[in-house]
Design a protein around this ligand. Structure first.
Ligand SMILES: [Zn+2]
Ligand SMILES: [Zn+2]
Length: 619
């Protein structure tokens, strides 16, 4: 990896649509959510305390400001305000200065209780209409439940008081180093029909070092934005004629195919058989699978000859046609059917984002049909696939085991049995995992694969589900056991990368475009020093290509230093430089992306070594 990985806390910085927003702030709608200060851990209460101090500063500058809410969020805090005019950068500087003054004054945070009617009268007298609305909602809820009006709590510090459940720090002086980051519009209660408030985002940390690291990660995330890198490295582009679908340029498509082919190697070794089923499928299939009822809004529908078809949003049901194409016996199982099918999901155009939120994608999907007594061995095999595939990128995945949800289909005892097998295999795998109770699919317990990238951001990539209900029962699958009886197989839905589009988006940001040698779109750039070295350069490229390497020759008339700089900018891992001495002796000067150099390497030797390096998929 070219970029040094920084230590620091894991954080969830969302990939934002514009450069100023790098936060995940889920909409809060109900009165309960509005009162939740998000202060669930010690650092959170510092963040929420900073939000109060920010509101104090805003009120000092805009005495008539109306306050929305100001919770702690991942990596920071915000507060929403209704103000007479849009905030400017100068305003933020003034708010920042006021906050520093409040922190220097070390005002204690004091909790106060007030009877409901007094609290409401106070908020109304101060013109805080949004606070009044929250209180009225709480009163309505209490009335509906036949309960007494709640006692309300306020927190005060210095001249400021806010309706709040806390918790807070003991005093403003305990607030650590902070930075105001951005202003964005936010609808009150997340509803487009309500007023648009101005939301100020800030971040605060216990130490200056933590703050600096966070700011570095944030800047780095902007630089690594895969949409920008995708354009700069000529990998892919997006066009409004097909929102949410990538146009793959030659280099990006090489990367795509290299990743897919590496997974195909695992699949070949493990006895998968690849299938391909139609992307356009009749409505009746989705009625049978249950998707028509639950998932129709997410499907693209197509009419033909008075019939309704859909672009498939997943491959699952169609694989059952191949399973049922002949009589299956216990000896045929496991039957591992992989498919790189083209999938479409009708995501709202507003949520589409580069490769990570798309409408059109392909997954390294497989449906593995096994006997119940084969589940354990198959999960063990899949754990090995995960370990191997993620090691190609130097990534250590974390798994999340989602167990039976309340609305699950099928027999509880069967769920328990399946979950016990999966849990035992997770333990044996040696991979890190956590359990998320009731987070399984409604038809299957599942194992989600997550990775943490070089910036400490967590990404979900793929999922494995052990399905004993949806495909086996709804599609009436069976096999003949040793005694000649019909038995239900188990269907394991499996992906290791997940969506190739999303995976490439994540990898692009993780590596900042400097992909490992084995999968780099251009692995080596041949750099002839002068015109007379171009022909020999092409010959050398031929030698390297003969070993399956992806090689280009920079035959432009730029100077050598420019060619090297360009190859560096394009994050090409290996530069092979040819001058008179090299051409004469059929050797080359080799320069790596990390700056290391080697002189006098023979062409055949170079080709053999690079081919070996590519095949070993070391990072
Ligand atoms: Zn508070
Ligand atoms: Zn599936």
């Amino acid at each position: 990896m070219a970029d040094q990985q920084r230590p620091g806390e894991a954080s969830a910085i969302g990939i934002a649509d514009d450069d100023d927003l790098a936060f995940e702030a889920p909409d809060r709608g109900s009165a309960e959510e509005l009162l939740d200060a998000g202060a669930h851990a010690p650092l959170d209460s510092m963040r929420h305390s900073a939000a109060h101090v920010m509101a104090q500063a805003v009120l000092a500058l805009f005495p008539g400001a109306r306050l929305g809410i100001g919770p702690a969020i991942a990596d920071g805090f915000y507060y929403d305000f209704e103000l007479p005019r849009p905030l400017t950068p100068d305003d933020l500087a003034a708010i920042d200065a006021q906050m520093h003054a409040s922190i220097a004054a070390d005002h204690p945070f004091v909790r106060r209780e007030l009877p409901f009617h007094e609290a409401r009268a106070l908020a109304a007298a101060e013109g805080q209409a949004y606070k009044v609305e929250i209180l009225d909602d709480l009163a309505a809820k209490a009335a509906a439940a036949g309960e007494a009006l709640p006692v309300t709590t306020f927190y005060e510090h210095g001249p400021f008081r806010d309706l709040c459940r806390g918790p807070h720090l003991a005093s403003t002086g305990l607030i650590g180093p902070f930075r105001l980051l951005a202003v964005a519009g936010a609808y009150w209660r997340g509803q487009v029909s309500r007023p648009m408030l101005q939301r100020i985002y800030g971040t605060v940390w216990e130490t200056q070092e933590d703050l600096d690291q966070f700011l570095w990660r944030r800047e780095e995330a902007k630089k690594r934005d895969h949409r920008k890198l995708g354009a700069r490295l000529d990998l892919f582009s997006f066009h409004d004629v097909s929102p949410g679908a990538a146009f793959w340029h030659p280099k990006g498509w090489r990367l795509y195919q290299t990743l897919r082919d590496a997974m195909r190697e695992i699949q070949d070794r493990r006895g998968y058989e690849e299938i391909y089923t139609p992307p356009l499928v009749h409505q009746k299939l989705w009625e049978q699978s249950g998707h028509w009822e639950h998932y129709r809004d997410n499907m693209f529908l197509v009419e033909a000859e008075g019939q309704t078809f859909s672009l498939k949003p997943m491959n699952c049901p169609e694989s059952t046609f191949i399973y049922r194409s002949r009589l299956r016996s216990y000896r045929d199982l496991p039957l591992r059917l992989s498919e790189y099918g083209v999938l479409h999901r009708n995501e709202l155009s507003g949520v589409l984002s580069g490769l990570t939120r798309v409408r059109h994608f392909v997954t390294d999907d497989a449906h593995i049909y096994v006997r119940p007594d084969q589940i354990a061995a198959e999960i063990e095999g899949l754990m090995g696939e995960i370990r191997e595939a993620y090691s190609w990128f130097g990534l250590t995945p974390t798994l999340t085991f989602g167990t039976r949800p309340d609305q699950a289909l099928g027999d509880v005892a069967v769920w328990d049995e399946t979950e016990a097998i999966m849990r035992a295999e997770l333990e044996r795998s040696g991979l890190r995992y956590r359990v998320k109770p009731k987070d399984g699919a409604f038809y299957a317990p599942k194992i989600d694969i997550q990775i943490t990238d070089a910036l400490g951001r967590e990404w979900q990539t793929a999922t494995i589900q052990v399905d004993r209900v949806m495909l086996p029962e709804r599609f009436d699958l069976w096999y003949i056991d040793e005694a000649g009886r019909q038995q239900r197989p188990v269907a394991i839905h499996r992906a290791i990368y997940g969506s190739l589009e999303r995976f490439i988006g994540v990898l692009t940001e993780h590596f900042a475009g400097a992909f490992p040698f084995w999968c780099a779109p251009v692995q080596a750039m041949v750099i002839p020093i002068a015109d007379r070295h171009v022909e020999p350069g092409r010959e050398l490229a031929g030698v390297l290509r003969g070993r399956g390497l992806r090689v280009e020759v920079d035959d432009s008339d730029s100077r050598m230093q420019n060619k090297i700089r360009l190859a560096q900018e394009q994050k090409v891992p290996v530069m092979v430089i040819l001058g008179d001495r090299e051409v004469e002796a059929r050797i080359a000067a080799v320069r790596r992306r990390d700056g290391s150099q080697e002189q006098g390497v023979g062409w055949d030797d170079l080709a053999a070594r690079l081919a070996e390096e590519a095949a070993s998929r070391v990072v």
